[in-house]
Design a protein around this ligand. Sequence first.
Ligand code: GFB
Length: 313
Amino acid sequence: MNKDSKIYVAGYRGMVGSAIYRKLQREGHANVVVSSSAELDLRNTIAVNEFFKEHEPEYVFLAAAKVGGILANNIYPADFLYDNLMIQSNVIEASYRYNVEKLLFLGSSCIYPKFAPQPLQEESLLSGYLEPTNEAYAIAKIAGIKLCQAYHKQYGKRFISVMPTNLYGIGDNYHSENAHVLPALLRRFHEARENHLEEVTVWGSGTPLREFMFADDLAEACYFLMQRYEKPEIINVGTGEEVSILELAHLIADVVGYNGRIGFDRTKPDGTPRKLLDSSRLHTLGFHHQTSLKEGINLAYQDFMSKIAVYAK
Ligand code: GFB
């Protein structure tokens, strides 16, 4: 990939796609094509093929996906399965058909079985049952991985798959019900401080362990892997550091400046008890993340504050 290469970032309006787009701009790539979902519905096969025919990208970052937190995954499994299957199938097939040089597909750490040994190694894929709350999303992502591997095997295509850990960052979704835990709690603690509430409710028991990565660090990893990783086997991208949801809540309360109590709503699901990636393959290649969790939460809080007018509606 050189500075003149034609690069397509699918999903550039999303948190991950926009971080990849910013990285490409910082690196001086002048030939980056993007499309919003209003301009191009990636679920539409004909439209996707026409887009590829017109733009002929050489490199594709496939960051487009329907995503959401534990509750959204649980409530809308049809959308999570169908939309993601269509988006990734269309983009991967068009990348084959229109001779894309290399494609990077973004999966998710939820592809691993609920009770796989921790930290989660790439070899654990398809070795056991999935966590039920996000099974639909995970099945779609597993299908995406298998498509990339199949095009590699059958047609020799350089289609690689990257498994990021739980992400947060600039341009996240701060919806109170549908968001992931970190942006959801940023908003809840902020509103509690503003409204002088005595208690903030955290879903579940607070005991699940999660690993969080700032989306711009993932973008750095994707840029690195697009140039340095060629294998069809999946590769994990994480920080190697985990916190309990209760610890996360305390960190967020601290950043936001909330001094009240923390309570728990145990009617809400905990999801998988622990989700820590083994990122040693990535580290061996020479990549390490830069942003500490505290630093990243501060940046995410600034992002939320810059959009607060939208969320206050
Ligand atoms: O971030 P989250 O929705 O994703 O939830 P998962 C993580 C943990 O935080 C769960 C707890 O144990 C939740 O019960 N939690 C506490 C909350 N308070 C809240 C809250 O206000 N909102 C949310 N959302 N959670 C996702 C998958 O699972 O992981 C996605 O659903 C994706 O498909 C993502 O794969 C990486 O880590 O449980």
